[in-house]
Design a protein around this ligand. Structure first.
Ligand SMILES: [Fe+2]
Ligand SMILES: [Fe+2]
Length: 450
């Protein structure tokens, strides 16, 4: 899509709704394109917008809707009921700080131009944008939005007071209306958010929190049909959350994605090692080629379930990318014994390779968890660190992380954090000898044999 199509359409719609002179229209058009280039295009350059079209389509729609409704409201009810707080809040919850800031300044300057350079319109827009960016940077609960609305209301009241001092002009109801505006806006934001999340599959942290509370029917089904996978996913979630936190990635997205990354194993749970406790391995009776197809299927079926259940588009990507294009070594070696000329490429997962940091973290956490399950005997922290490092560096040298945005510095921090989490959970897992056994120090028998 032409990068200037949205600002051109926005200004045309704006002038159809609120007509101005040709000269004003042209000035507005030039400024809209310039502002678009300066502010909005910068958002599109960020990694997330390159992943799925849904991000730019939704963001463009929010820009058009916000410009038109803000202009109409200001025209009919005045600046005090401007919807800038509403739309910047929506943008920060769905797209993050930078996009909200860019959107806020884009609308504020455009409104300033459209309403004959009324500086107070720009100042109020800029003020609300700053309040949103400062107060809604990290939101996990609905009450966080209400608190932000309270701060925006106070800021609005101070704004009107200063305007009155400086200009001596104040409308009768300006003070109560400007105080009420953010509260009405926050109610609309929280009400409209689930609809946007469902249609666009772009989720705010509030929506992700709901998906991560383990009550989702898919997770319940996973816990019943594939309890081993369910437990594995919980462990991956712990690892991924801590690791994402360590490198400043989205730890909530990492945790929730981990819960769903193997959801495709609902279909044939017995074919996956973590669910084979007390049962025969069904792979022993089938060809390695069929085993390879079954392993691929858990990725493809996972993607199908993500689409069907309208899970976040980024979680669908994690499902698709968590094995990247890695080779299913065990079945490749098995096939090689039958046919020495078999190619490694015939035993690769379908991919893609991880395309964002959280997706790369899940790939690593998945393998680290699988390796930590094979530990036997008493492992020292140094041995655990070495095993984690070998696993992570193995994936890194396979170039599976080349599109993930993870730097070498990130990888070093991830190894450190994975080793710390595995060490603490592994030492919890080791059973201590029972009372009376050799090596136990108890109050009655002060043996010093450890
Ligand atoms: Fe998997
Ligand atoms: Fe997994």
């Amino acid at each position: 899509m032409n990068q200037f199509l949205t600002p051109i359409l926005t200004v045309i719609f704006l002038n159809l709704l609120l007509p101005s002179s040709w000269k004003a229209f042209l000035i507005e058009l030039i400024f809209a394109m310039l502002l678009w280039h300066l502010f909005i295009q910068e958002s599109f350059r960020s990694n997330i917008f390159k992943l799925h079209k849904s991000f730019s389509i939704t963001f463009n729609s929010i820009v058009i809707a916000s410009v038109l409704s803000t202009a109409l409201i200001i025209n009919k009810f005045g600046n005090v009921l401007s919807t800038i707080y509403l739309f910047t809040a929506l943008a920060i919850l769905l797209f993050g700080e930078k996009s909200a800031k860019n959107l806020g300044f884009f609308i504020s300057i455009l409104m300033f131009i459209h309403f004959q350079e009324d500086i107070w319109i720009f100042l109020y827009g800029a003020l609300m944008t700053l309040v949103v960016v400062k107060t809604l940077k990290t939101v996990y609960r609905r009450s966080d939005v209400m608190k932000s609305a309270g701060i925006a209301a106070i800021a609005g009241v101070i704004f009107i007071f200063l305007k009155w001092i400086l200009t001596g002009i104040a409308g009768k109801f300006e003070m109560p209306l400007i105080a009420l505006n953010p509260f009405i806006s926050s109610v609309i934001v929280l009400g409209i958010l689930p609809y946007i999340e469902y249609t666009s599959r772009i989720y705010s942290n509030i929506g992700l929190m709901e998906l991560g509370n383990l009550n989702h029917p898919l997770l319940k089904l996973l816990s019943i049909r594939a309890p081993g996978t369910y437990q594995h996913s919980s462990m991956v979630a712990n690892l991924a959350e801590a690791a994402a936190e360590k490198i400043g990635a989205n730890s909530l997205l990492a945790r929730v994605s981990a819960y769903y990354h193997d959801i495709g194993k609902i279909k044939r749970p017995a074919f996956f090692v973590e669910n084979q406790i007390g049962i025969e391995n069904p792979h022993d009776n089938i060809s390695p080629y069929l085993s390879h197809l079954i392993l691929d299927e858990h990725v493809k079926y996972g993607i199908h379930l993500a689409k069907k259940n309208r899970l976040p588009i980024l979680i669908e990507s994690v499902i698709a990318e968590h094995h990247g294009t890695r080779v299913q070594k065990y079945f490749y070696e098995k096939a090689k014994k039958l046919n020495p000329s078999v190619s490694e490429d015939d035993f690769r997962y379908p991919g893609l390779k991880p395309r964002f940091k959280e997706s790369g973290i899940i790939m690593l956490a998945d393998s680290v968890e699988a390796v930590s399950r094979t530990f036997s005997g008493n492992k020292s922290p140094a041995q655990i660190q070495a095993a984690v490092e070998e696993t992570v560096m193995g994936i890194f040298t396979e170039r599976q992380l080349e599109n993930s945005g993870l730097t070498l510095e990130d990888i070093e921090l991830l190894i450190e954090e994975f080793a710390r989490v595995v060490t603490s959970s592994y030492h919890k897992r080791i059973e201590y000898p029972k009372k009376g056994e050799e090596g136990v120090i108890d109050g009655d028998n002060k043996s010093n044999k450890i």
